[in-house]
Design a protein around this ligand. Structure first.
Ligand code: GCW
Length: 683
């Protein structure tokens, strides 16, 4: 048992990069190359990493050992596979022709492209596709970053991860950068296999102490272990650092001393990390300092960093998640609405940002809820590049103790057509830069890996990290297609395993939505305590702004222009008109946009309250089936992963009942309307 668990633990760290043997591996040997030629590769370069990865992968998948050589003549007459950049290849083979490639694209392109191409090739091999093929691929957008909310210092002790459920930080410990960064390197390998090109390592609620000289040295060590995988380091900044750390008496972004201070820090960082990706900033939100403290605009704040980064080629992602949780007042103000904040703050700033600023926008106007409409800010930033922020960490989605495969929701966001100026304006085309003709833009995924050997605390949660990276490369992929790829790479070729995990995963978001909060009411979780279990009573009556305005007769946020908070009017005309009227608002967003009686009839013909009761029963009933579905895989996957997930899924099955009964009872108590099926009420 000890040996088995060691093997599995190692597999866990490899994530989907297991390179497990495929059936009848020897049959492929003749069609495989005998040597790997890595062109122009110095140790630690992405091309060199690609060569090593290829050798390791082919050995794992096919049991064939390949020689690594630097030039094709060294391979003699044996068939070779060549990894290198276009330039290096043409140098050796004049006249060779290649398809059009952009930065990071692969056929054989830049160093990072060579690595991405290798990973892609290996992924095909690992899934049993060893036929001759020519592959060309370009990333859809240049920014493909993760954001790791890792705390450098939390109460001066150990590195925790905000909304992390898979252990402690792999980067920080005891207010410093860890001495042993092995896990950070292994993580970079996983990210590179998806084409992720940068990771912001510290929490957006950032400590100024990140920027002490000793910590900057430590950050450079993280960048060193990332570099062989082409992952660049990014940093979150605390806006008040000049005062907190630099002992200036101000952090006003227009003050010359402050400007000088940030330029100095930025130069220091680039001295240590010449290829640093750039910065990420959360300002004037949830208590964080920012430019508005000095009556400066958010653009003044973003541009301060942009100018310091410019000489080094860095970029800044400035977050649109700006709202003041102290001033919103639900009881006094029917028109108060946190959802309005982003457009209110940023709309008039379009055009005022430096070219190396991109605005990072959470996909919905509130906060990673189980159902939200797309943020209307994507339609307002026409001159300014935008980045969509998606959350891999399942903060409001059962926190990796529930199976919830989120890709289907992300796809709905990315495929949503905002109809700017009455023209097709799909979110993925806006963030790629295509729709408004911008160079920058892309994807940020909030990830929460930790020291746990499963990375995220649950084996099945890794499908979300995988899907995020794949979508950032190509948002046109299907949720199910990415899922199947991931299952095969992670669990092997057994068709039953593929079918069962696919089915459960595809059922999981709708089920979770049904038993947590449906009709657009958001996740009815405990907002004051950790965002995990049900507690619909905490949504209202506080300034956090996730309100439902439920009373004894009616429920929902009126966000119409004619009678509500006006939020619906932030969308371009066609979309605004759809959400303004109950008749044209989809049922799944009804209570997001409208305040209606519990007896209001949905398009399905059911009343709102009956739908509530039924959906909570339906969703939790689906969660009950996850246990037997998983049990049907006993013996088809290794025991360790089997038992680990069985434990999680049993928990989910039970917890979904807690959700069902708490929410149903809560709304029964409010409305006093009995369940037609007699399940909810005073028994
Ligand atoms: O959803 C909220 C989270 C906070 C987070 C914040 C943000 C990092 O509960 O933990 O803080 O969003 O995105 O800034």
């Amino acid at each position: 048992a000890a040996v088995a668990s060691l093997v599995v633990a190692e597999d866990g760290l490899a994530g989907w990069l297991r390179y497990a043997p495929i059936p009848s591996a020897e049959c492929y040997h003749k069609r495989l190359p005998s040597a790997i030629v890595t062109l122009n590769s110095t140790v630690g370069s992405p091309v060199h990493t690609a060569g090593k990865e290829l050798a390791q992968g082919i050995e794992g998948i096919f049991g064939k050992n390949l020689k690594l050589v630097a030039t094709s003549d060294k391979a003699g007459s044996e068939p070779t596979v060549t990894v290198g950049t276009v330039a290096a290849f043409i140098d050796k083979n004049s006249g060779a022709k290649f398809p059009d490639l952009i930065e990071d694209g692969f056929h054989l392109n830049n160093e990072r492209g060579a690595l991405y191409g290798t990973f892609h090739y290996l992924s095909l091999l690992a899934r049993g596709n060893a036929s001759d093929f020519t592959l060309t691929s370009n990333p859809d957008a240049p920014i493909r970053w993760t954001n790791e909310w890792n705390n450098m210092a939390d109460g001066g002790t150990h590195g925790s991860v905000e909304r992390g459920y898979g252990g402690k930080s792999i980067f920080f410990w005891d207010g410093k950068i860890r001495d042993d960064l092995t896990r950070a390197g292994q993580y970079a390998r996983l990210l590179a296999s998806l084409g992720i090109n940068a990771a912001v390592v510290n929490n957006v609620n950032a400590n100024a102490s990140t920027l002490t000289p000793a910590n900057m040295d430590g950050l450079a060590r993280i960048a060193d272990v990332f570099r062989p995988y082409g992952v660049q380091l990014g940093l979150s900044l605390n806006f008040a650092s000049p005062q907190v750390l630099g002992e200036l008496d101000t952090f006003d972004p227009l003050d010359a001393k402050v400007v000088k201070w940030w330029h100095g820090i930025t130069d220091e960082l680039y001295k240590r990390i010449p290829d640093m990706a750039g910065y990420l900033v959360k300002a004037n939100s949830e208590g964080q300092p920012g430019p508005m403290t000095y009556n400066r605009t958010l653009a003044d704040g973003a541009n301060l960093f942009a100018r310091a980064l410019k000489p080094h080629g860095g970029i800044i992602l400035f977050r649109a998640f700006v709202y003041d949780h102290r001033t919103l007042n639900q009881t006094l103000d029917w028109k108060a609405d946190r959802a309005n904040a982003a457009v209110n703050y940023f709309d008039h700033l379009d055009g005022q940002f430096e070219p190396n600023v991109a605005i990072q926008i959470k996909h919905g106007p509130i906060d990673f809820q189980v159902r939200e409409p797309v943020s209307p800010l994507f339609a307002h930033l026409v001159k300014t590049p935008s980045v969509v922020e998606l959350q891999v960490s399942q903060e409001y989605f059962g926190q990796q103790a529930h199976l919830v495969y989120i890709a289907p929701m992300w796809k709905e966001v990315l495929d949503f057509d905002l109809r700017v100026d009455g023209k097709p304006s799909v979110v993925s085309d806006i963030v790629s830069g295509r729709r408004f003709g911008r160079k920058l833009g892309g994807y940020a995924g909030v990830s929460n890996v930790g020291t746990n050997t499963t990375w995220l605390g649950s084996h099945l949660a890794m499908s979300n990290l995988y899907a995020f990276g794949r979508l950032a490369w190509n948002p046109k992929q299907t949720s199910e297609g990415m899922l199947k790829e991931w299952i095969q790479l992670t669990f092997g070729h057994d068709q039953k395993v593929i079918d069962v995990i696919t089915k459960m995963s595809m059922q999981s978001w709708p089920a979770y939505e049904n038993y947590s909060g449906n009709l657009g009411l958001q996740t009815l979780t405990d907002l004051l305590l950790g965002h995990f279990g049900p507690n619909p009573g905490t949504s209202d009556g506080n300034p956090w702004g996730c309100w439902t305005r439920a009373d004894e007769d009616s429920i929902g946020m009126d966000r119409t222009v004619w009678n509500g908070t006006g939020f619906a009017g932030q969308y371009p005309a066609e979309v605004a008109a759809r959400y303004e009227r109950i008749e044209t608002t989809p049922d799944n967003l009804l209570l997001w946009f409208h305040h209606v009686p519990y007896t209001h009839r949905l398009k399905s013909g059911k009343t709102v309250i009956q739908h509530f009761y039924d959906a909570h029963y339906d969703g939790s009933a689906v969660a009950q089936t996850f246990v037997p579905q998983w049990q049907s895989l006993k013996g088809h996957i290794d025991d360790e992963r089997y038992e680990h997930m069985l434990f999680r899924l049993k928990f989910q099955a039970g917890h979904s009942l807690v959700w069902r009964d708490s929410i149903n009872q809560f709304y029964f108590n409010k409305s006093s309307i009995p369940d037609e099926a007699g399940r909810v009420g005073n028994h």
